[in-house]
Design a protein around this ligand. Structure first.
Ligand SMILES: Cc1ncc(COP(=O)(O)O)c(C=O)c1O
Length: 429
C-alpha cells in the first residue's frame, strides 16, 4: 500500500462529490469551485489530502486554533473518566457554569446548555415566549439564527425556499453610514413599526433577536451603540432582547468579549455556540434569573448531550486558552493590522465598496467597477481565487457580495500579511 497522500485529481474530487450526493442527499453544499479535501488542522493552518497547507481565514469555530493541545487533552481526560449528563451532580458542569457566568454582567446569572446555536436560539425563544406571553419575534432582514423549525423561521437569509414564520417580523440592518445616535433611533423606530404591525395582526411581541455582528446581513458592527435603543424599544413593548452571540462572542470582536457589550446593552437572554467548544458541540443560553422563572416553573428541560461533563471540560479549556493566550487582545491587534492592509488595497481598487469589521471579523463589500452595483460574481471569483492561492474565506450578505473574513483568534501578523498579499494578487487577476 502506498504511504504517499492521495493526489486530488479532478477524478478523485468528482468521485467524492458523487458519493456525497448519493450518501448525504441534495441539501448539502460544498465550498469552492474546486472543493477542498482536508485531513488535519493546527492553529490557523489546515492541511489538505493534496499535501498542501491552507490558511484558514474563515473558521471562527476553532477560535483557539485547530486541534489546540490544551483543549484536546481536556476532552480526552474527561472522556476517559466520566461522561454522563446534567441529571447527576457533577463538579465539572458547575465549575464551568461559574467560570462562564463570570464573563457576563452580574444581571445575567444563569446558564442552560445545548449542543448547537440553533438549539440555543430555539430555547431562548421558548423562554421569551413563556416569560412575556407573547409570540411575535423581530429579526433583521437577512438574519440567520439556525436550523430548527422555530429558528429557520427567524432566518430570512435562508431565502425563498424556507417559508418566513407567521410570527416573525423583519427590520433592516443599519448600513453603517450613520452616527450611533441616529442609527440607534432609526433601528428603534423600525422595531416600533414591527411591533405595531404584529399587534395589528393580533400578535403580542415576545422578543427582538439580533446577531450582534449582523454577520449574514453583511457584517455590520458599526456604529457601536446602535442596538441599545432597539433593546429599549422591544422592552417598552413588553418583549425581551435576545443577543445572538453565536458569531460575535468569545473575544472575536477584540475589545469586548461579547458583541452586545460594544453596544452598551445588557440583554435579557444571550445565546452562544460555535467557538464555545472550539469544534466540540457545545452551546447555550445565558439568562436573567427572573426571565427563566416562568419557563422553568412550567417546563422540564433535559438536553441529553447539552452540558455533559466532557462538553463542560472542553468549554472550560477553551476559556482557559482564550485567557492565557490573551486571544481577544490578539484579535483586536491583528484585526486592526488586517483592516489597515485592507484599507490600502481599497484605496487602489474601486471595486471595494466598503470595509466593515470589529476585531477578527471583517466584511469586504464588493461592487461592479462599471455600474457600482453589488457584485456577487466578483465575490465568487475572489473567494475561489483565494482558494487557488490556498487561503480560505467565504462570502455573505443579502447580495452575497461581502467577503467574510473570520479566522481563528490565534491568527498572526504574518498570516494576516499572507492573506492581504493573496487578496491583492487575486484582485489583480
Ligand atoms: C448568528 C447565528 N446564530 C445561530 C446559528 C446556528 O448555530 P448552529 O449551526 O450551531 O446550529 C448560526 C450558525 O451559523 C449563526 O451564525
Amino acid at each position: 500500500m502506498s504511504t504517499s497522500p492521495p493526489s486530488l485529481t479532478g477524478d478523485h474530487e468528482r468521485a467524492m462529490l458523487e458519493r456525497r450526493a448519493r450518501l448525504l442527499g441534495p441539501a448539502y453544499r460544498v465550498f469552492y469551485e474546486r472543493p477542498v479535501h482536508l485531513v488535519r488542522g493546527e492553529g490557523a493552518w489546515l492541511y489538505g489530502a493534496d499535501g498542501e497547507r491552507y490558511l484558514d481565514a474563515y473558521n471562527n469555530v476553532a477560535c483557539v486554533g485547530h486541534a489546540h493541545p490544551h483543549v484536546v487533552a481536556a476532552l480526552a481526560r474527561q472522556a476517559a473518566k466520566l461522561n454522563t449528563h446534567t441529571r447527576y451532580l457533577d463538579e465539572t458542569i458547575l465549575a464551568y457554569a461559574e467560570r462562564l457566568l463570570a464573563r457576563f454582567p452580574v444581571e445575567l446569572g444563569q446558564v442552560m446548555f445545548t449542543c448547537t446555536g440553533s438549539e440555543a436560539n430555539d430555547l431562548a425563544l421558548r423562554i421569551a415566549r413563556a416569560h412575556t406571553g407573547g409570540e411575535g419575534v423581530v429579526v433583521t432582514r437577512h438574519a440567520y439564527h439556525g436550523v430548527t423549525q422555530a429558528t429557520a423561521e427567524c432566518s430570512p437569509s435562508l431565502g425563498r425556499g424556507v417559508a418566513p414564520g407567521p410570527r416573525v417580523w423583519k427590520v433592516p440592518a443599519p448600513d453603517g453610514g450613520d452616527d450611533s445616535a441616529n442609527a440607534g433611533r432609526r433601528l428603534a423606530a423600525e422595531v416600533d413599526g414591527a411591533v405595531a404591525a404584529m399587534r395589528r395582526e393580533g400578535v403580542r411581541p415576545a422578543a427582538l433577536l439580533v446577531d450582534t455582528i449582523l454577520s449574514s446581513d453583511g457584517v455590520r458592527p458599526e456604529p457601536a451603540g446602535f442596538l441599545a435603543p432597539a433593546a429599549d424599544a422591544i422592552r417598552a413593548a413588553g418583549g425581551l432582547f435576545i443577543a445572538d452571540e453565536v458569531q460575535a462572542g468569545f473575544g472575536r470582536i477584540g475589545e469586548r468579549f461579547w458583541g452586545f457589550a460594544r453596544h452598551g446593552v445588557v440583554p435579557d437572554l444571550v445565546t452562544m455556540g460555535k467557538p464555545m467548544g472550539n469544534g466540540h458541540p457545545l452551546a447555550g443560553v445565558v439568562a436573567r434569573p427572573e426571565v427563566l422563572r416562568a419557563f422553568g416553573s412550567r417546563a422540564r428541560y433535559f438536553n441529553t448531550f447539552g452540558g455533559s461533563p466532557v462538553s463542560c471540560a472542553v468549554g472550560m479549556a477553551v476559556l482557559e486558552v482564550l485567557e492565557r493566550e490573551s486571544l481577544a487582545a490578539n484579535a483586536a491587534r491583528v484585526g486592526a493590522e488586517l483592516m489597515r492592509g485592507l484599507r490600502e488595497i481599497a484605496a487602489r481598487d474601486g471595486r471595494i465598496a466598503a470595509l466593515r469589521g470589529a476585531g477578527l471579523f471583517v466584511g469586504v463589500e464588493l461592487r461592479d467597477a462599471a455600474s457600482g452595483a453589488p457584485s456577487p460574481d466578483l465575490a465568487t471569483r475572489v473567494v475561489n481565487g483565494l482558494r487557488e492561492r490556498r487561503v480560505l474565506i467565504s462570502a455573505t450578505g443579502a447580495a452575497a457580495n461581502v467577503l467574510k473574513i473570520r479566522p481563528p483568534l490565534v491568527f498572526t501578523t504574518e498570516q494576516s500579511a499572507l492573506l492581504l498579499e493573496a487578496l491583492s494578487d487575486t484582485l489583480r487577476h
